[in-house]
Ligand binder design. Structure first.
Ligand code: GTQ
Ligand code: FE2
Length: 363
């Protein structure tokens, strides 16, 4: 039969083609998916699992040349240094008297303070002291070191675009010649210059890609959320505020957009999806997020990774307490490439059926 001859010939042809590093489009068509099918899993690192490891790391791991930062790996990404396809979230702890040595790198970093106060990070010669709920920036290639002058441990969430920078083969890292960078600016200078809502210093002509305001204090964030608590806001994200670049009003960093959101007691938001991955941190309260039918029940301290294009909906399950989420996403990158899309759920009433409950993968 001619078909058998053809099959044998075809197999031999394909082997030779692959041996020379060529593949036919006819072999790859299934990768042109109708919509994104992320490899990363929707995943949650509950604080009840993270906290004991953080506590133990304080005894077992000294702050030597590296920071004591626990990197949250997504079990769908095969051991890559990544919480989502583009972002890494980490939990960093620094004890009284410790100094994490100065360095700089092309990945952009943000910090959201989880617990403790009186530690600082120094960014480009300016020292910034931390309080719980503060949001702090470390722009790409800015020198930075951290220290703790206080009496208790200080813990914060790190968010960096390391997987994105790695995919773009644009990683650069340098240690500083001394343990700390000399302070060249008064403490909190960036807040004095740029920390006035809608009033930016007109004599400053330079407009850096990353926000020149290095700290967004919790007190201001919380006041803003509370002043909007009776607004209708977004049916999908609730009372959601973006941390903005004070000179441009745009995203706070070129590769990461950062948000804080209030979900009121008993509020059930509607399901939607968008391109781009994100990580959210539960700063206050308790609730649940249904992600593609999987129910994630969360409370203060939990960290959740959200893949691109999943259908998700948040709810505050407390009848009395507000829920507040902090989040980071790669949305600016999607927008810059004209790849950002969003759509609402077409399911009944904009809500999903719960088909399973999230369980951490312990290997
Ligand atoms: O604190 O400078 O979680 O450089 C990963 C890389 C934290 C930091 C991380 C870093 C840092
Ligand atoms: Fe760093």
């Amino acid at each position: 039969m001619t078909t058998e001859v053809n099959t044998a010939t075809s197999e031999e042809f394909h082997q030779r083609m692959h041996a020379s590093h060529m593949y036919g489009l006819w072999e790859l068509a299934s990768q042109m998916t109708q919509h994104p099918l992320p490899k990363m899993l929707p995943y949650m690192w509950p604080w009840s699992l993270v906290e004991p490891i953080v506590r133990e790391s304080c005894d077992v791991v000294p702050v030597g040349n590296e920071r004591r930062a626990l990197q949250l790996f997504n079990p769908g990404l095969g051991g890559r240094w990544a919480s989502t396809n583009t972002l890494i979230a980490a939990v960093q702890v620094i004890l009284p008297g410790e100094v994490a040595p100065a360095h700089r790198h092309t990945p952009t970093a943000i910090r959201f303070i989880m617990e403790g106060s009186g530690a600082y990070t120094a960014v480009d010669g300016e020292r910034i002291y931390m309080e719980p709920g503060d949001f702090i920036l470390t722009p790409s290639w800015a020198w930075h070191d951290h220290g703790n002058d206080a009496t208790g441990r200080v813990i914060w969430l790190d968010g960096l675009d390391i997987p994105l920078v790695q995919a773009l083969e644009a990683m650069f890292f340098q240690p500083y010649s001394e343990r700390q960078v000399p302070l060249t600016k008064p403490a909190a200078q960036s807040a004095r210059l740029f920390g006035h809502a809608s009033l930016a210093p007109a004599w400053v002509k330079e407009k850096p890609a990353a926000s020149p305001l290095l700290i967004y204090p919790w007190t201001k964030t919380y006041d803003a959320l509370m002043s909007l608590r009776d607004s209708e806001a977004s049916p999908y994200e609730g009372i959601v505020l973006e941390y903005t670049h004070p000179q441009t009003g745009g995203h706070v960093m070129p590769t990461m957009a950062c948000y804080t959101q209030l979900i009121r007691p008993g509020e059930q938001l509607l399901a939607h999806r968008h391109t781009g991955s994100s990580v959210f941190y539960v700063a206050q309260g308790q609730g649940r997020t249904i992600i593609n039918g999987i129910e994630f029940v969360w409370q203060r301290g939990d960290v959740v990774a959200l893949p691109s294009w999943v259908l998700y909906e948040h709810a505050n399950t407390s009848a009395t307490e507000d829920a507040i989420l902090f989040s980071i996403s790669d949305q600016p990158v999607l927008e810059a490439m004209s790849l950002y899309r969003e759509e609402a759920s077409e399911e009944d009433g904009g809500h999903q059926l719960v088909t399973s409950a999230f369980e951490p993968v312990i290997v």
